[in-house]
Design a protein around this ligand. Structure first.
Ligand SMILES: Nc1ncnc2c1ncn2[C@@H]1O[C@H](COP(=O)(O)OP(=O)(O)OP(=O)(O)O)[C@@H](O)[C@H]1O
Ligand SMILES: [Mg+2]
Length: 120
C-alpha cells in the first residue's frame, strides 16, 4: 500500500489503544488483542484489530465513529472519526463489528498498489 506512514501509524495506534481500554475490566488472563492483515480479493489489504473486551453494543456500531462520541471519563471521542477520515483519504474503509466470541473487531481496508513506482 502507499500512504502517509505517520497517519496510518496513528490509525493503528488509535485502534490498539481503544482495544487496550476495552480490556481494562477484563481479567488479566483473559485479555487478548490481535492484529491481523490479509489480502482480500479485489486488490485490497484488510487489517483487523480484535479484542476480547465487552464489544460495542449492536446499535452503537455506527455511532462510535461520530465526533465526540465517547463512553470514557477522559475520552475525547475523536480517535475513530479521525481514523476513518485518514483511511478514507487513502481510498479505504474503516468499520466496526463484534466478534462471534464477543469483543470488538475494527477493520480497515487499503488499496493495494499493483506496480511499485520509483521512490521520489
Ligand atoms: N475496542 C472497543 N471496544 C468497545 N468499545 C469501543 C472500542 N473502540 C471504541 N469503542 C467505543 O467507541 C468510543 C469512541 O472511540 P474513539 O476512539 O473515537 O474515542 P475515545 O477512545 O473515547 O477517545 P479518544 O479521542 O481519546 O480516542 C469509545 O469511547 C468507546 O465507547
Ligand atoms: Mg480512542
Amino acid at each position: 500500500v502507499r500512504g502517509d506512514r505517520v497517519h496510518l501509524q496513528q490509525v493503528l495506534l488509535n485502534l490498539l489503544i481503544n482495544g487496550m481500554d476495552a480490556l481494562a475490566d477484563i481479567r488479566p488472563g483473559d485479555r487478548r488483542l490481535q492484529v491481523s492483515a490479509r489480502l482480500n480479493g479485489g486488490g485490497t489489504l484488510e487489517v483487523g484489530v480484535t479484542d476480547s473486551g465487552p464489544g460495542v453494543p449492536a446499535d452503537q456500531l455506527a455511532q462510535v465513529f461520530e465526533a465526540f462520541y465517547t463512553t470514557k471519563a477522559s475520552g475525547m471521542g475523536m480517535g475513530l472519526p479521525i481514523s476513518r477520515t485518514i483511511i478514507e483519504a487513502h481510498g479505504g474503509k474503516l468499520w466496526a463489528e463484534n466478534a462471534a466470541a464477543g469483543g470488538a473487531v475494527f477493520r480497515f481496508t487499503l488499496p493495494v498498489v499493483q506496480k511499485e513506482t520509483a521512490p521520489v
